[in-house]
Ligand binder design. Structure first.
Ligand code: C2E
Ligand code: CA
Ligand code: CA
Ligand code: CA
Length: 277
């Protein structure tokens, strides 16, 4: 940047200052966000592709920053992970999802809610114990809670395996999120007590235009069948994708075609229409 002259150099510095200032605001904001009730969970339906029925919902975290407005989890989760705030935030997500689901049950709506779990959270020895406590406090029965972990968690085979067995014993189902994007050997996957794999959106985006991706998706579906795992496609945006997935044996899906993540009140309306017609 130096050689390009003074003006360019200044521009470069200012731009970086903006980025740093925003990052600082996010970091400092995270400290107060829980106490100030700035977080909210939205819910995205999971669909049985052949019937269009809702078979579950995924809880996705939203943060309304008092000054910066709504900030995407893609921006603040990494900051929360670096600073360690993710532990407290993750705990809140689990408790809130249990609380909300119990409320739905009180009005007769029975649905499984899955929460996203950061690897930092999952690698805590007490993770399964925290889940057990959240279930106990909310009086929610374990079959109505699921956790989504990413493939990267699988790298720590021993620790992961202990926690996964604890969760299995509790009766909480585990999904492997963003499947296909990371390193996870099939042999490891086959030995772990997991219940569901989620095909990453990047594959769904390309499977109709790229034949290699199409083969990959087919292979993932066959593999899940062989391992007796359920499989769900994320990021479905059109009917052609649904047709391809059904033809190739993928049972479940999620995506804007059906619904984006929506606030709890709207979710409740949709659930009522569907579950209590
Ligand atoms: P993810 O778990 O892979 O979630 C799927 C993301 O794709 C969500 O973005 C969702 O809104 C979006 N999405 C769903 N269907 C479609 C579609 O058809 N088209 C498009 N373009 N996008 C779709 P979101 O809510 O912004 O979350 C982004 C990521 O942030 C999540 O990816 C997850 O990794 C992370 N995240 C969200 N909530 C939590 C949380 O409570 N805890 C942790 N640790 N991570 C979370
Ligand atoms: Ca997820
Ligand atoms: Ca995902
Ligand atoms: Ca994804």
């Amino acid at each position: 940047a130096k050689k390009r002259g003074k003006n360019n150099f200044q521009f470069y510095v200012y731009e970086n200052e903006d980025i740093m200032e925003r990052r600082l605001k996010i970091e400092q904001g995270l400290k107060a966000a829980l106490d100030n009730s700035e977080f909210e969970l939205h819910y995205q339906p999971k669909i049985v592709l052949t019937s269009g029925e809702i078979c579950g919902v995924e809880a996705l975290l939203r943060w309304r920053h008092p000054e910066l407005g709504v900030i995407s989890p893609l921006e603040f989760i990494p900051v929360a992970e670096e600073t360690g705030f993710i532990r407290k935030i993750g705990e809140w997500v689990i408790k809130e999802a249990c609380r909300q689901n119990k409320l739905w049950q009180k009005s007769g709506l029975y649905i499984k809610v899955a929460v996203n779990v950061s690897s930092i959270q999952f690698e805590d020895d007490l993770f399964a114990e925290r889940i057990r406590q959240a279930l106990m406090e909310s009086q929610l029965s374990p079959e109505y809670l699921g956790v989504e972990i990413t493939e990267s968690v699988m790298q720590n085979v021993e620790l992961t395996s202990v926690t996964l067995h604890e969760l299995k014993q509790l009766g909480v189902k585990v999904s492997v999120d963003d499947f296909g994007t990371g390193y996870s050997s099939l042999s490891v996957l086959s030995k772990m007590p997991i219940d569901l794999v989620k095909i990453d959106k990047s594959f769904i985006d390309e499977m109709l235009t790229d034949s290699n991706t199409a083969s990959l998706v087919k292979t993932m579906i066959t593999m899940a069948e062989d391992l007796e795992l359920d499989i769900i496609a994320e990021g479905i945006e059109n009917e052609q994708q649904v047709t391809f997935l059904i033809e190739n044996g993928c049972q479940f899906g999620q995506g804007y075609l059906y619904s984006p993540p929506i606030p709890s009140a709207e979710t409740e309306k949709i659930l009522k229409q569907q579950l209590m017609p």
